[in-house]
Design a protein around this ligand. Structure first.
Ligand SMILES: Cc1cc2nc3c(=O)[nH]c(=O)nc-3n(C[C@H](O)[C@H](O)[C@H](O)COP(=O)(O)OP(=O)(O)OC[C@H]3O[C@@H](n4cnc5c(N)ncnc54)[C@H](O)[C@@H]3O)c2cc1C
Length: 515
């Protein structure tokens, strides 16, 4: 079915998907596989891939093995590394998108500016940078790590050299022979620092908190492995299963943190083996329980920090000047370039501002700094909306693609239910959402994220963990297998939906099914 034109300027689709990363593309593929054609993918930039399109910094790589960090329904026997670099992951997503026939559904350079639920007509009214449309269902996958976070440092606007964020790498700007400051020691920094160190004349690494770093198991895959996976796909499925199960073993440490766990001993040994200088080692020794912040993997980060042209600065940054960076001890380090490895807006993501549900309230209005949803997907007061990788679906130990695929099972079962019963509107019951979030927070209590002794981007402005799924991912897969109508207020139109939403009839509540 092609999109229905409802006015000269507005098209109508059954489903509007926002974003074309793993989440948005995954949703589009599952719809297509189910024979649903009336959907559109709105993407603000000019290509697909999300994270793996925009993060082009040197050394950008996944930190979950590729056999698992990819769609289960589109395995890639040809991964050239066990942990792929960004160009290969991006290429994979572009290829899967084309092979699955998603290209014609994508509208590039369509940034969603506002999405408003129209109660009377039971549609989402969506304003994009390239025009307006309506949709019966909004599936938002704008990305958990898609909005670069710039630090609020005095004078940062006055810097006279080149300054950029790791997610907006300036490839026009050569770092050869430059004095460079890197701010932040998170997952991106530890990947690009070893790459740029040999080029630059001086590298000042500004570290607030030393991360836990454990050995990397990355290696090139052999031709024989790749051939085996191509001719005998069950072998790759088996490897995927083993990788999944082995990652799940970390859950125990995360839920029951204790000093000196095996993971911590591995990290401390790695530091001892790779950093002989006791003074530098002291600076790099983590002082919180492993897993409280994302655990990083690298074999070349620590050795890089021991090089003569590298200085690890642990004094806090007081200001940026036109020439460089001043620390709290009054020392100014003059630099040509500042690279911000300062992460992303996670608990304060922009989607919360642009989605308006019942009564015109935004997600930000109802969340008040603490995002909450049911199963990380639906939010009371926001009918017919699905968030992909919404609140408390992030992971510290396993592949987010597993969570995305679980959400897609839920989405598809929801759509099947709507079709079966002629339901047009679903809205999660407030009390169901509240009960679910109380349960989540109870489980998070005592876990490493709340008691591990760190401040991380997993916590929102109220110190509540609104990003991480507590525990094993398997219960999440189980709970998202079926859409349970008793969790929702459901409505259906009195008469079939007309072609033009403006003529939509009033809606009638459906009786709640027995639970
Ligand atoms: C450098 C890096 C490495 C990572 N490595 C791993 C890893 O190894 N394992 C892991 O599990 N996770 C990893 N992650 C997390 C990663 O974000 C997720 O794994 C996954 O890529 C998220 O997919 P997504 O589709 O939800 O979001 P994204 O890939 O961020 O895609 C979101 C898309 O939505 C678009 N968009 C946003 N807002 C709008 C709007 N208003 N209108 C239209 N379009 C919009 C964006 O342009 C983007 O294309 C990593 C993240 C980063 C930044």
């Amino acid at each position: 079915m092609s999109p229905t034109s409802v006015s000269t300027s507005t098209t109508h689709h059954r489903i509007a998907i926002v974003g074309s990363g793993f989440a948005g593309l995954g949703a589009a593929i599952r719809l297509k596989q189910a024979g649903i054609e009336n959907f559109v993918v709105l993407e603000r930039i000019d290509d697909v891939g999300g994270t793996w399109n925009v993060n082009t910094y040197p050394g950008c790589q996944c930190d979950i093995p590729s056999h698992l960090y990819s769609f289960s329904f589109a395995p890639n026997p040809g991964w050239t590394r066990t942990y792929s670099l960004q160009p290969e992951i991006w290429e994979y997503l572009r290829r899967v998108c084309s092979e699955q026939g998603i290209d014609p559904h994508i509208r590039f350079r369509h940034e969603v500016l506002v999405a408003r639920w129209d109660e009377r007509e039971q549609v989402w009214r969506i304003e994009t940078s390239a025009g307006e449309l309506t949709a019966e269902m909004l599936v938002a996958g704008p990305g958990p790590l898609a909005e670069p976070k710039l630090p609020a440092i005095d004078g940062i606007d006055t810097f006279g050299g080149n300054l950029f964020h790791s997610a907006e790498w300036d490839h026009e700007h050569s770092l050869l022979g430059k004095r460079v400051a890197v701010i932040g020691t998170g997952a991106s920094s530890i990947q690009f620092v070893p790459y740029i160190q040999p080029e630059v004349s001086k590298l000042h690494l500004f570290q607030r908190t030393p991360p836990w770093v454990v050995p990397h198991r990355d290696r090139q895959t052999s031709r024989a492995e790749r051939l085996l996976y191509r001719v005998f796909p069950p072998a790759q499925r088996l490897v995927r299963g083993i990788v999944y199960a082995s990652r799940e073993l970390f859950v125990f440490t995360l839920m029951h943190p204790r000093e000196g766990s095996l993971a911590e001993r591995t990290g401390r040994k790695h530091l001892r083996d790779q950093v002989p200088d006791p003074e530098l080692r002291a600076k790099l020794t983590p002082r919180y329980r492993i897993g409280c912040k994302r655990t990083l993997i690298s074999n070349d980060y620590y050795p890089t920090l021991g090089q003569a042209n590298v200085e690890v600065v642990t004094d806090s940054i007081a200001a940026v000047t036109p020439r460089g960076i001043v620390t709290s001890d009054g020392v100014e380090r003059e630099v040509d370039t500042i690279i911000l490895g300062t992460g992303f807006h996670v608990t304060d993501m922009p989607v919360a501002k642009w989605v308006h549900g019942r009564g015109g309230r935004t997600l930000e209005d109802v969340w008040r700094g603490s995002p909450q949803a049911y199963l990380g997907a639906t939010v009371a007061g926001f009918p017919n909306m699905f968030l992909l990788i919404g609140p408390n679906t992030g992971l510290g130990h396993n592949s987010i693609v597993f969570m995305i695929e679980s959400q897609l099972n839920y989405l598809m079962d929801c759509i099947a239910h709507l079709d079966r019963t002629g339901t047009s509107v679903f809205d999660v019951r407030q009390e169901v959402q509240e009960r679910f979030n109380e349960e989540l927070q109870r489980k998070l209590d005592g876990s490493v994220w709340t008691s591990g002794g760190c401040v991380s981007w997993y916590l929102d402005e109220h110190g509540r963990n609104s990003t991480i799924w507590p525990g094993s991912t398997w219960p999440y897969r189980r709970r998202t297998r079926r859409f349970d109508p008793s969790d929702y207020e459901l409505r259906r139109p009195r008469t079939p939906r007309p072609a033009t939403p403006s003529q939509a009839p009033p809606i009638v509540p459906m009786p709640a099914p027995a639970s």
